[in-house]
Design a protein around this ligand. Sequence first.
Ligand SMILES: [Zn+2]
Length: 243
Amino acid sequence: MSDNLASPSVLVISAHSGDFVWRAGGAIALSAQRGSAVHVLCLSFGERGESQGLWKQQDMTLERVKEVRRAEASAAAGTLGASIEFLDLGDYPLRVDEAAVERIVGVLRERQPDVLLTHVAEDPYNRDHNQAHETTLLARMVAQAHGHDRTTRPLGAAQVLQFEPHQPEVCGFAPDLLLDISPVFDLKTKAMACMTAQEHLIRYYTDLGVRRGVQAVRNGAPKTVTHAEAYQRTFPTVGEELR
Ligand SMILES: [Zn+2]
């Protein structure tokens, strides 16, 4: 648990190098602006399955795609105010071996995030996203275990917020948080513009932000709210009030 409860620290576990931008860019920028430490862990570059724009270019190679995706995601993270690292585990399919889990556990214990952001559990279109979800819960569990590594501090009860999948109704996604990202939507737009290998998604996620913003107002947010991101909590919240 970070010392400053007003600005919970955030770790984002992203299956591919673009996912965190489309689905959680607003949350990242908002948290960073409020003084939270935000770190993004990309399990892969999305080099095979989520780099369509690059594979249309002549003489493209896997290594070149990875280089470009690393540069794009680093620029996007910098724009949003987050630090970023890449595990380069490969994609389509993403395979997370024991060494990778150990490494993620190490990051969790070192950074002690209050909140984890990752994918949903069951996306029939994208098994890599499911793998990232499972990896997050597995690493969280191990990081919490007191007998795991006596030289580092166990992780606390970090909430896991699942960000919105591409086709939410097919993934059983039922948001219980509509996060107002209106004040930082310009930053999300700039970060999305960094992701040239997936340019086709910019308009889609801009429209989605507007739609979720309308729904936030419908659910009680002030009329000044123009953009939102949807999240689903994995664990119950704790409180003393009925709300
Ligand atoms: Zn992805």
